[in-house]
Design a protein around this ligand. Structure first.
Ligand code: GLA
Length: 657
C-alpha cells in the first residue's frame, strides 16, 4: 500500500494550496520562480477547479492543467492533486436543485460560496465520480503527482430529502426492523413511535427538544455518508494510480467526521490547523492537533494547510508576529509532521478570502512574511535528512471519541457549559505544560502500550469500551477518569445507577447520587485546590481512597477525587495548576519517563526519533539547562550544557557523540 514516504521521498513537504486559475498565465512563471526561491517542494492543485475544468455539464477543459502540471514538474516541484468535488459549479444547482443541501429549517443552501453539495444526492455523486475518473485517467501517471487530495474539508450537513432517503437506508441497515429502532431511540417518550420507515426524517427544526438518539444517529449517518463520497473517489483514483497515496484534509478536532474511522481509509492523514495568533494557548492548540493527527496516522502525518499570516474568518484577524509561523511549523514537525503546507501560496486579489494571508502576501517578495517563509523552507530542507519518517513515542494516551462527543452535544443535558473539546483541551494542556508526551486513542483501541491512560470525559461508553478499560487496568495500566463518564450506552440510554456499574466498582464509587454542574463563576473548594465546571455527589466504597474531598456547600465532606489502586476518578475539573500537579503525580507513580529537568515555563521539549526539539513559546529569551554535548541542526552550532532560545526560538538538538 502506498504511504506518506511515497509522497515525501525523504523530504519534509513544504508548499501549499496553489490556485493558479485565479491568475493570468504570466503570473504562473513568477510563481514557480518564487516557489523555488522559497524552497517549495509541493503544491496542491485543483481544490476549487471544478468550474474551470467542467464549465458546462460534461465538458472537459484540461489544457491549462496540463500546462501547469508540466511547468511545476519541470521546476522540480511535486503536485498534490485534489479532486475538485468540494465546490460544484453553479450549473449543477441550476439544472439539478436536488444536489443542493438544506439546513435544519428546510431552507436551501445556495451556490455562490462553496461546499453546497447534498452528499447523498445520486446526481452529485455521479458528476463527482465522472470528473474524478477523467482527472485520474489523465494525471494518474503524471510524474509530478505525489499525492491525491480528495475533496476538501468534508464538513457539510444536509437535512433535505436526499439525506432523508439515505438516512432511512442507513437506519434500515443498522436496525433491520422498526421495532428495534423504536426501542433504541426510546420513542415511547413523547409519542414518537414510528410505524413506517417513510415517517422517519432527519432531525429538522421542531417545536421543542428533539429525540437525542435520532440526533446522534443522524450525526453518525452524516459522517458515514461523507465517508462514502470520499471512498467512491478514493477507489477511482486508486484504480488509475495504485502507487500514489491518498488523503483528505481534516479540520482540527471537527465534530462532523469520526476521524478515527476515516483515518483507517487514508494512506496519509492530513489536517488544516489555524490557531489564533492572539490566543495565549495557540501553541498548545497546535500541539494538541498534532498529537491527535499523529495518533490517527499512527506515525508521521501532514499539515496540509496553515496560515503564514492572518486568516480572515475570525472577527478580528491578527497577523502572526515575526517568528511565530516558524515556531508553530517546527512544533508540528516536532510532533511528527513530515510536512508543513499552507493555505495558500499566493494571496488572492479577489473573492471572499482576499484578506487571508498567503505564503506570498500582497506585499510580494519584499514582504516580511515571504522572507520568513523562505527561511523556513531552507530550515526544513536542512532538517529533513534527520527527521523525515522518524517517530514520536508517548507513554500516555488521552481517550477521545466522536460518538461520545456527539451524544454530549444534545439538547436537554445536565449542563450546556460542558463542552467536550474544552475538557479534552484542559487535560491536554496540563500534560503539555508538564512536557509529558501524549498520544490520543479511541476507547476501544488496544491501550496496553501506555503506562497511563486519561479519560477527560467520555459521556457515552460502549460495553466494549468499558471492557477495554477494565482489561487495561487489570493488565497493570493506570487509568484516570474525569467526571460524567460512562453515563450512557451506545444508544444514549442512561446506564442503571447513572454510570456503568463495573466502572463504579473499578473506581470505588458505591453510589452516584447527583450531578452538580457549576456556573461559569463558580468554584468548589476541594481542600488543596478548587474544582470548576462540574461536581458530583458520590459515596465512596469502603476500600476506596478519597484523595480529595469537597469542603463547604452541599457536597461538604463528600469525595471529589478518589481512587482504587491504579484507577482514579475526578468528579470535578481541578483548576489548571492543580490538574497539572495531579496528573504529574499520577504519571510519576505510573512510571512515565519524566521530562528534561529545569525547563523554564513556556519552553516546550519534544523528542522525535533521536532528536530533542526545544521550542520557546514566549516573547522573552529563555535559557535551558541541558547537561551534555549537542549540535543544533538548525544552526550547526555546538551546544554544551545550556541552550539559549530567543523570542519564539527553536533548537533541534542531536546528541554529540
Ligand atoms: C480551509 C480551506 C481553505 C481555506 C482556508 C482558509 O482550510 O480548506 O480552502 O478556505 O480554510 O483558512
Amino acid at each position: 500500500m502506498p504511504a506518506l514516504d511515497d509522497t515525501t521521498r525523504g523530504r519534509l513537504l513544504f508548499g501549499g494550496d496553489y490556485n493558479p486559475e485565479q491568475w493570468p498565465e504570466e503570473v504562473w512563471l513568477d510563481d514557480v520562480r518564487l516557489m523555488k526561491k522559497a524552497g517549495v517542494n509541493s503544491v496542491t492543485l485543483g481544490v476549487f477547479s471544478w468550474a474551470r475544468i467542467e464549465p458546462r455539464p460534461g465538458a472537459r477543459e484540461f489544457d491549462w492543467l496540463d500546462r501547469l502540471m508540466d511547468l511545476i514538474h519541470g521546476n522540480g516541484i511535486g503536485v498534490v492533486l485534489a479532486t475538485p468535488t468540494a465546490s460544484p459549479p453553479p450549473w449543477m444547482g441550476t439544472l439539478h436543485p436536488e444536489t443542493l443541501p438544506r439546513d435544519e429549517d428546510g431552507r436551501i443552501v445556495w451556490w455562490g460560496s462553496r461546499q453546497q453539495f447534498a452528499h447523498s444526492s445520486p446526481v452529485y455523486r455521479r458528476y463527482a465520480a465522472a470528473l474524478t475518473e477523467d482527472l485520474a485517467a489523465r494525471y494518474g501517471s503524471h510524474p509530478a503527482l505525489t499525492l491525491w487530495h480528495i475533496n476538501n474539508e468534508y464538513c457539510t450537513y444536509d437535512w433535505g430529502d436526499e439525506a432523508a432517503r439515505a438516512f432511512r437506508g442507513w437506519l434500515r441497515a443498522k436496525y433491520g426492523t422498526l421495532e428495534v429502532l423504536n426501542e433504541a431511540w426510546g420513542t415511547a417518550f413523547w409519542s414518537q413511535r414510528y410505524d413506517a420507515w417513510d415517517e422517519i426524517i432527519p432531525p429538522r427544526r421542531a417545536q421543542y427538544m428533539r429525540n437525542p438518539t435520532q440526533v446522534l444517529d443522524f450525526k453518525r449517518f452524516t459522517s458515514d455518508a461523507l465517508l462514502e463520497c470520499y471512498l467512491a473517489e478514493r477507489d477511482i483514483v486508486n484504480r488509475h494510480s495504485p502507487h500514489i497515496p491518498v488523503t483528505t484534509n481534516f479540520m482540527p478536532l471537527w465534530s462532523g467526521q469520526d476521524a478515527w474511522q476515516w483515518a483507517e481509509h487514508e494512506d496519509v492523514v492530513s489536517v488544516d490547523i489555524y490557531p489564533d495568533p492572539r490566543d495565549p494557548w495557540a501553541g498548545q492548540d497546535n500541539a494538541m492537533i498534532g498529537d491527535l493527527t499523529r495518533s490517527q496516522a499512527r506515525g508521521p502525518w501532514l499539515v496540509m494547510e496553515q496560515a503564514a499570516g492572518p486568516v480572515n474568518f475570525r472577527g478580528v484577524n491578527h497577523p502572526k508576529p515575526r517568528g511565530l509561523n516558524r515556531l508553530l511549523s517546527l512544533q508540528s514537525v516536532a510532533r511528527g509532521a513530515d510536512g508543513v503546507c499552507f493555505f495558500q501560496w499566493r494571496a488572492s486579489r479577489q473573492g471572499a478570502e482576499k484578506f487571508h494571508s498567503g505564503m506570498l502576501g500582497h506585499a510580494g517578495e519584499e514582504g516580511r512574511v515571504f522572507a520568513e517563509v523562505k527561511e523556513l523552507g531552507a530550515e526544513l530542507a536542512r532538517l529533513a535528512p534527520a527527521v523525515a519518517g522518524t517517530r514520536v513515542t508517548a507513554e500516555v494516551a488521552i481517550l477521545h471519541d466522536w460518538d461520545s462527543w456527539w451524544a454530549d452535544q444534545q439538547e436537554g443535558r445536565v449542563s450546556a457549559r460542558l463542552d467536550h473539546p474544552e475538557v479534552v483541551r484542559a487535560w491536554h494542556r496540563a500534560l503539555w505544560e508538564a512536557n509529558t508526551p501524549t498520544d490520543f486513542a479511541h476507547p476501544e483501541h488496544d491501550l496496553s502500550r501506555y503506562r497511563l491512560v486519561l479519560v477527560p470525559h467520555l459521556y457515552l461508553l460502549t460495553d466494549t469500551a468499558v471492557d477495554n478499560l477494565l482489561a487495561y487496568v487489570a493488565g497493570g495500566g493506570t487509568l484516570v477518569c474525569g467526571f460524567h463518564t460512562g453515563v450512557a450506552d451506545h444508544d444514549d440510554r442512561v446506564r442503571p445507577g447513572g454510570m456503568d456499574a463495573r466502572l463504579r466498582d473499578l473506581f470505588g464509587i458505591s453510589v452516584l447520587h447527583e450531578w452538580w454542574p457549576l456556573e461559569a463563576e463558580e468554584r468548589v473548594d476541594c481542600g488543596a485546590f478548587y474544582g470548576t465546571l462540574w461536581s458530583e455527589e458520590l459515596t465512596a466504597a469502603d476500600d476506596a481512597e478519597v484523595v480529595a474531598a469537597y469542603r463547604g456547600g452541599e457536597l461538604d465532606g463528600l469525595p471529589a477525587l478518589l481512587r482504587r489502586d491504579r484507577a482514579w476518578y475526578f468528579s470535578t475539573l481541578p483548576e489548571p495548576a492543580a490538574l497539572r500537579a495531579l496528573l504529574t503525580r499520577v504519571a510519576h507513580e505510573a512510571g512515565v519517563r519524566p521530562p528534561p529537568h529545569g525547563l523554564p515555563l513556556g519552553v516546550e521539549a519534544v523528542r522525535r526519533g533521536e532528536l530533542l526539539f526545544l521550542l520557546n513559546h514566549g516573547r522573552d529569551a529563555a535559557t535551558v539547562p541541558l547537561p551534555g554535548h549537542y549540535r543544533d541542526l538548525l544552526t550547526g552550532a555546538a551546544i554544551q550544557d545550556v541552550v539559549s532560545l530567543g523570542r519564539y526560538g527553536v533548537a533541534v538538538l542531536e546528541q554529540a557523540s
